[in-house]
Design a protein around this ligand. Sequence first.
Ligand code: ZN
Ligand code: FE
Length: 751
Amino acid sequence: MIRANVRVNGIVQGVGFRPFIHKQITEYELLGWIRNTSDGAEIELEGTEEHIDCFIADLWTRAPKLAVIESVDFDKFHDLKNYTEFKIIESKSLDHRNTLISPDVCICDDCLAELRDPKNKRFRYPFINCTNCGPRFTIIKDVPYDRPKTTMGVFPMCPECEGEYKTITDRRYHAQPTCCSDCGPHLIWKDEEGSEIRAKDSAEDTVLVRKAQEYLKSGKIVAVKGLGGIHLACGFEDPEVPLKLRRRKHRDEKPFAIMCRDMDVVRRLCEVTPEEEKILTGFRRPIVLMNKKEKGSLLQISENGFVGIMLPYTPLHYLLFDEEGGIDSLVMTSANISDKPIMYRNEEAYEELAGIADGFLLNNRDIHVRCDDSLMWVYRGSEYLARRSRGYVPFPVIMKEELKPILACGAEQKASFCLSKGNYVFPSQHIGDLKNLETLENYEDQIAHFENIFDMKPQALVCDLHPDYMSTEYAQNRADDDSLPLLQVQHHYAHMASCMADNNLNEPVIGVIWDGTGYGTDGTIWGGEFLAGDYSGFQRFGHIDTIRLPGGDRVTKELDRIGISLLKDSGLDWAGRFENAQQIAQVLDMDVNCPKASSMGRLFDGVCAILGIKHKASYEGQGAVLLEAAAEENVTRVYPCEITDGVFTYKLMLQAMLEDLDRGVSAGNCAAAFMNTMVAMALEICAEISGKTGIRKVVLSGGTFQNQYMLSRIMDALEKQSLEPYCHHRVSCSDEGLSLGQLMIANARNL
Ligand code: ZN
Ligand code: FE
């Protein structure tokens, strides 16, 4: 017999770690205790050395699903304390330093079984949860995480729930949001008639679920309150129904997501890889962008080859898809209008969704903070995030080194911020485009909330170089108010640093940074950039040629303007290829309001217009989405790729493209050839920079790398050239992920 003292570091608090260990310790025939410490958990054990070794070895693989174990240290002793039991003891001098807060977790299998068990007291109760599942981040108002500091504070536990809560062996031991039909929240239904019906028990909840199902089956639109906000749900078997939702929501063409009852339904709609299935069914329940089973199907849902799929994640979702309801899949889209944040309060839903939703299936459990669904592709078997939000936030991105306490304020589109503490970086949830006051207010509220719940006071601030971003203004005001140093970082350099940090690289790299727009160090707009450097600085080695944008911001919607500009400025034939071309040519001739941008996003838009795939975009980046969708498979040809002093020029490529079109080559074939040319260009310029600098590692970042065609081909091409390419996996390649890079650059400086 020996004694061992084991220290477990990582994310082990607020994830049910202590009860989990308590429950399995009898298997190892060990006695002693477990407690939380300021940086993890400490376990004292007595038993045979063999059993202790076995327990320690198993810790890495046998942990609660939310736990992240970073390190396990232990010492062995021969003097015994002769413990007679295993217990959870009082936490040792627990400061707030590393108290983490769990993301929201989908309903677990145990709760799902109880939800479906007529003999269980929580049968068909839409708010069933336990230590392993349920709402967390979205209901927490303050720390430490206790029920009174959540939106469940207004529901006192009944004696039975309290008994479970206090029983160490119970699945609901210390489950702060636990409740039942007797003591917890209930559903609320409201329809065109206007009066609210509030359920008072599970049976009445069921009646309201049935009403919603009837609505959905008859082609009506229902607002459904979820974990981090309100969705608009509708059927899509009749293609008219999602079109009606588009009209009412003024969401012309942006893709919707679909929630499917189970994997069988998913397989009917999409090709599913084992990795995709694993992520879809995992506890985070993101939306996964998957290949449609038939190209050209579900066009009323998404106009490209992908469709965003998620599985149910709350008990209410499962009830909506139950057998009697006869529903197996629904469009589920965030309820927001005019680019404002997702709605999350009952009253605002009634007010602002009047005329959009026919019925409202809400409830009286308040959401404290908004958190949109996460969104991703699966690339090379792992998550490739477009939006890191519900299910991920507020868990940190773990870095290898200690960081200074910094607030990084992000950019403007897909705004996000992040905070550092120790070796953790806490990225915010999806905030949206910082272009209206409501979004700015949410951004500021969330910064204050994060600083409070993580007990963090920034000692430095970092923001974008763009003078007009609301996030820049916020950072400048904050720096003044709190007398903090502020660093402004070039947009694409921040993207590069973000991808470095994502891959734990801290050495010079080449950055292929392609996106829509960002403010350059020379005051022009950048977006098709080849950089090289590290956290201490960077150099611009190359870029795509500048494109004049007649009409400024108007070009993001009116793609023909870019097409005409590209052809005209390359000295090619533009007349007769576009409507109203003369008028736009005049704007170019006068050179009034024609800012120049070396933007990959705008190049995609312009090519999209030249190929006649789309002339008017309804959302930014649509050109790139449609080029990818149009690209024919197995096209390997490349247009002439002219590069002078690191600058890619368009003339030869566009000339060949026009010849193709005039010969009747399909737009889809040309789209593929165009993207192949971009791959060839990336390869050539990277090889050149590598030759000059000796750097072999290449990071790929910027919103263009959401394009899976480009991502996979550039990764493959660089590898073949024996360069070492890296893409994102922990944060998004879009502007959402850029605050991480800002933070790492600021951390490397003496501010
Ligand atoms: Zn209860
Ligand atoms: Fe960007």
